[in-house]
Design a protein around this ligand. Structure first.
Ligand code: SF4
Ligand code: SF4
Ligand code: SF4
Length: 325
């Protein structure tokens, strides 16, 4: 069978996703046996022209990791779409906007003001900021534009498959190998396939649930949890009920709360809203009428940084997806 062509493009990324691909260790040999990697700028000296030379649909599978934050990243996303039969959003940044998507809590102007004007070490009286058109001698250069907003790949191009996680777990990345084998035999997975579990992290978590209510929310360093019991039922904000499984509950197995990196479970649009609803039921807010205002305020006060907790990986694709002034 002829070898496939695999491209790996990127947006605003920490490159943890690139490293995660290498984390499949010797199985990477199976990957390169199945597919020639025709574009992977993080790993090799690829240029945009290497991608541009391909015809429409000539690449079999394109992975894209990272949030789309600049005009260049958007251009790469469109190029990959045009040149590839199938595109897979790799990692939570591409799937839902990810951690770089928390940029939607601020704006480009605010960032420029802070970075190029207000920091104590900045000496920039003319408030010079990055330009998109620059003249160098007789050359006119067009540079990438930093967008005001970060977007998930799904908000920029049509995406066929999803492999969530920050970074995606090795066991799930390995599932790309049978997917590529299938593609080699002409069998594509159904569009919209998410390479992960159809259940939640709670379904994979070994900690014991006792359906107990809680009267306070504690931060992870504030209590020593019972290592056998559900962390959420001990008052620690654990995103397990609002998060898609597939990672094997790797955080709660180490007694750290789930942060929600696999994104919302199937059928849930807004992961944060689902979590708020889960907390409301466990905090007994239905009996709010019998609680004093001080008690309600004390409970709510225990939830520090609600956006950071509930939308850490999904803000750009949430129902309320950015701060507007
Ligand atoms: S999903 Fe996580 S590991 Fe991957 S690029 Fe985004 S922040 Fe990095
Ligand atoms: S809420 Fe967290 S600790 Fe509790 S069962 Fe779910 S994943 Fe486990
Ligand atoms: S337990 Fe939660 S935060 Fe940890 S890897 Fe799984 S989904 Fe991500």
């Amino acid at each position: 069978m002829s070898k496939l062509k695999l491209a790996i493009g990127l947006g605003s990324t920490c490159s943890g996703c690139d490293i995660a691909i290498l984390d499949i260790a010797e199985r990477v040999l199976e990957l390169v046996d199945l597919a020639d990697i025709v574009f992977w700028p993080t790993a090799m000296d690829f240029k945009l022209s290497d991608l541009e030379k391909f015809g429409e649909g000539e690449i079999d599978l394109a992975l894209y990791h990272g949030t789309v934050r600049t005009s260049e990243q958007e251009h790469i996303a469109h190029l990959l779409r045009e040149k590839s039969k199938a595109v897979l959003a790799f990692g939570s940044c591409a799937c839902f906007g990810g951690i770089p998507g928390l940029c939607n809590l601020t704006s480009r102007d605010e960032i420029f003001r802070t970075v190029y004007k207000e920091t104590p070490s900045t000496d920039n009286p003319d408030f010079v900021t990055p330009q998109t058109e620059v003249e160098v001698g007789k050359f006119k250069l067009t540079l990438p534009e930093l967008y005001d907003e970060g977007k998930a790949l799904t908000q920029v191009i049509d995406v066929d498959y999803f492999l969530p996680g920050c970074p995606p777990p090795v066991e799930l990345i390995e599932k790309l190998i049978p997917v590529l084998r299938g593609m080699q035999a002409g069998e594509l997975p159904p569009k919209g396939t998410v390479i992960a579990s159809e259940k939640t992290v709670c379904d994979e978590c070994p900690l014991r649930k006792e359906n107990k209510m809680i009267d306070r929310v504690a931060r992870v360093h504030e209590i020593i949890p019972d290592p056998e019991r559900c962390l959420l039922e001990q008052g620690i904000l654990c995103m397990g009920p609002a998060t898609r499984g597939g990672c094997g509950a790797r955080c709660t197995k180490a007694l750290m709360p789930c942060r929600g990196c696999m994104g919302p479970p199937p059928g849930v649009k807004d992961q944060g809203a689902r979590m708020i609803s889960a907390i409301a039921s466990i905090l007994g807010v239905e009996e709010e009428g019998q609680m004093s205002e001080e008690e309600v305020a004390r409970i709510i006060d225990g939830i520090k940084d609600p956006v950071g907790n509930f939308y850490r990986f999904t803000l750009p694709t949430a129902l309320l997806n950015r701060k507007v002034r």
